[in-house]
Ligand binder design. Sequence first.
Ligand code: GDP
Length: 424
Amino acid sequence: MGNAAIVGINWGDEGKGRMVDLLAQDYDVVVRYQGGGNAGHTVENERGKFALHLLPSGIFRPGVRNVLGNGVALDPENLWKEIEDLRASGVPIGPENLSISDRASLLLPWHRRLDGLEEGRLGDRRYGSTRQGIAPFYSDKFQKKTVLAGELFYPERLRRHLTELLEWKNLTLTGVYGAQPEDLEALLAWIEDYGAKLRPFVRDTGALLRQAQAAGKSILFEAQLGALRDIDFGIHPYTTSSNVIAAYAPVGSGLPGAKLDQVVGVVKAYSTCVGEGPFVTEWSGPEAERLRAEGHEYGAKTGRPRRVGALDLVATRYGVQLQAATALALTKLDVLSYLDEIPVCVKYLVDGRETEDFPFPAALDAAQPVCVTVPGWKQDIRDVRRWEDLPQAARDYVLLVERAVGCPIRYVSVGPERDSIILR
Ligand code: GDP
């Protein structure tokens, strides 16, 4: 089976969760390698419908070991809530199926506060953050001003470390934002509470992964968001604050030498984008409302209506290249069944010049979509399970995408349920 990464090709919300849930059956270990609880993977299976934020999507599969790697933003509050919610729905979660890297940094209460304070300061110029503290968290991580999960095993040292960090962070809270300082006693009570809850899960997951690898086990690396949100290669500054691309999976998971045998890129059959920033193929008015309603395009974490538009093949090709995808899953093809004709963006027009290359972020504001229109299939395809049973127009649509982005589409998803999938 080897190792594989499942990653987003576009702006996120492509349906990665449903693909990990489907493919996890073939893997022994599922690792989340970056990001925090700021987005959501929606998974529908025989247990119900779940919005996962931080937990790896392999958590529903008996026998699968799930790992939160060193690259994640470990938010103890959100993680604990997620664990409790899933347990309440009958999903067993314990140290036997979930491990947290001792090298993961903790997202602390002031990160969420600072995220909100900075978005408030920016006003109309805000980044559209989910205000979960991710940007302040990663800034602090790279300043070495966070605590590691493994420090939970060294209470005296942890106390000293948190006291120092709080002294420093209060300078920013009060001096820069004029906000209330954080209280040391409250912080220590917080860490004691969540520390006790999470400590049983914390271990050297690098060693665990190396052992798994040596034993010939297969590892699935799970990403959050999509290539266009990558801190280095995305639509800066409307990106997230970590590397989401597959190349970071070995580092963020704790197995830096890992070789990815497969990279499965997930692409949605049309484009959506949450939050601010350039979105070249965006629709507006009733056209957008209809697509949003058909696709249930509301954020899994925030409930925010997602911006929607025609499939952007320029951005998708760029995403496929960034991810070095070896195969693609095209999701939500069923959502397009209502359209008589389907516009697809094949090029951009930038300053009077046509281009098939994704431009530098600063040039995106001036980019106009150049679309072709292809016939719709106008029939319900949710029950189709074989490629040859798809209407010709639907197959043509898939083939057009495949040709344009230069990567084989191995899976076509026609519904949110685990088995609503066509294998090619
Ligand atoms: P992720 O963050 O990439 O996992 O994506 P989200 O979970 O935010 O969004 C994907 C949404 O689409 C979820 O509600 C899924 O249940 C749903 N979904 C995934 N694949 C399909 C599909 O092929 N058809 C339909 N109709 N819904 C899908």
